[in-house]
Design a protein around this ligand. Structure first.
Ligand SMILES: Cc1cc2nc3c(=O)[nH]c(=O)nc-3n(C[C@H](O)[C@H](O)[C@H](O)COP(=O)(O)OP(=O)(O)OC[C@H]3O[C@@H](n4cnc5c(N)ncnc54)[C@H](O)[C@@H]3O)c2cc1C
Length: 384
């Protein structure tokens, strides 16, 4: 039976970077995915936003690590993952939103984030063509950015293989069994592998894989849709997040990627629980209305394609990254909600440290936000 130090279940936004950093540490790692190639789960549904501007300290610090990896990737490994440091901008059109964004600045600055309040005139300069009617200003964090989730997954995958990681595709993990003494057996529909440690990084399937591992994981997928327009000459850089509520939706966010396409996404209201990934007929009219409302100059742009994917949600909107109690060698890295791409490399670095040194890279006080054993009834993060 082939023997590994670590087996990762899931070659997605989190599993692939984790395999890369493990392989770099000379750990013998196997990644198993039921889909035909890397990043084919929810990774490829992501629109590409990467920011450290959260309200939860663990997410802030994890995404700072991720941004550091993404921003240096081309220089260090040669692949262009279309990373742009375009920043994030949250424009405010109501007094209530101005207040909540300004309140958040306090904690964001405390954790060293480069973010500030810009008045309406500066927002208009930053976002050429934004609707100025009622605009009060907004926050802007120039160090956040965006990239191509597909190129990033491929880049991590290629480098992981170069450093010795093994990947098995089109294999579904069906059983995880603790052996008498030490060691774990991982069974798939095609074979059986032995390992010392196993990581559940199964995204939207986290709960099902959790059951196989004998642990109950509160991860409940809901669906979100995205779309992409034809390319036009670059005229704005930041990811724009409109936090107003419109009929059928909450946040609406979009940016212009390096080749000029505008990529957009919205948070449906009410949420749509479940795993259905068929595009709805409501999404495009809702998103188009919001895009034109905010940027009237885009009224003639053509949409090329839409898609629907899943957010693997937890009850408090915070991921679960932990070791399972009483099951030596069992790890979980799941529940990444709408932020798995941006959290991926930062979580991977922490997980590798947890696996090899028994403690995360972040201070343990901060990292315990991700504990499987936390109180999930605390208020969820304001800005998803
Ligand atoms: C429309 C949309 C836009 C988004 N935009 C962003 C964004 O801008 N920025 C951002 O950070 N995030 C974004 N996200 C969220 C992001 O896509 C997810 O949080 C992230 O992909 C989750 O990563 P993961 O590694 O947990 O799961 P995945 O990337 O889905 O990887 C899990 C893998 O596990 C495999 N698997 C599951 N069960 C098994 C099994 N039993 N055996 C073998 N393999 C198995 C799956 O096939 C899958 O490949 C967006 C999501 C959507 C839907």
């Amino acid at each position: 039976m082939p023997n590994y130090d670590v087996i990762i279940i899931g070659a997605g936004s989190v599993g692939i970077p984790t395999s890369f950093f493990l392989a770099k540490e000379k750990i013998k790692v196997l990644v198993i995915d039921e889909l035909p190639s890397a990043g084919q789960g929810q990774n490829k549904a992501a629109i590409g936003g990467v920011r450290a501007t959260h309200s939860d300290p663990a997410k802030i610090q994890t995404c700072q690590l991720s941004l550091n990896v993404f921003s240096k990737w081309k220089e260090e490994y040669g692949d262009d993952i279309h990373f742009q440091r375009g920043g994030y901008c949250f424009p405010a059109y109501t007094e209530e939103h101005e207040k909540s964004l300004k309140d958040l600045l306090v904690i964001q600055k405390k954790y060293g984030l480069n973010i500030d309040w810009l008045d309406a005139e500066d927002i208009v300069k930053l976002l050429t063509g934004i609707n100025p009617k009622g605009l009060r200003g907004g926050t802007y964090s120039p160090e956040d950015g965006n990239l191509s989730p597909l190129l990033a997954a491929q880049a991590f995958y290629r480098q992981a293989k170069k450093w010795g990681a093994t990947f098995k595709f089109q294999e579904k993990v069906t059983e995880v069994e603790k052996q008498n003494g030490s060691g774990i057996k991982v069974k798939t529909n095609k074979g059986t592998y032995a390992t010392e440690k196993v990581v559940n990084a199964a995204g939207a399937n986290a709960q099902e894989v959790g059951k196989i591992m004998g642990v109950d994981l509160p991860v409940f997928p809901d669906s979100h849709e995205g779309g992409v327009t034809e390319p036009v000459k670059q005229f704005f850089n930041p990811m724009v997040v409109d936090i107003r509520e419109f009929p059928g939706s909450k946040n609406f966010y979009f940016y212009q990627e390096v080749e000029g396409h505008i990529i957009f996404c919205l948070t449906p209201q009410p949420i749509i629980p479940g795993v259905n990934r068929n595009s709805t007929s409501e999404f495009l009219p809702q998103a188009a209305r919001r895009l034109i409302h905010l940027f009237p100059r885009l009224r003639n742009i053509r949409v090329r394609r839409v898609w629907r994917g899943l957010y693997p949600m937890t009850p408090d909107g915070v991921p679960i990254v932990d070791q399972i109690k009483d099951l030596d060698g069992y790890y979980v890295a799941v529940g990444f909600c709408g932020q798995g791409l941006m959290l991926g490399p930062g979580i991977a670095l922490n997980l590798v440290s947890l696996i090899t040194k028994g403690k995360p890279v972040l201070p343990e006080e901060i990292f315990k936000s991700y504990s499987l054993y936390r109180d999930y009834s605390r208020p969820s993060e304001a800005l998803k």
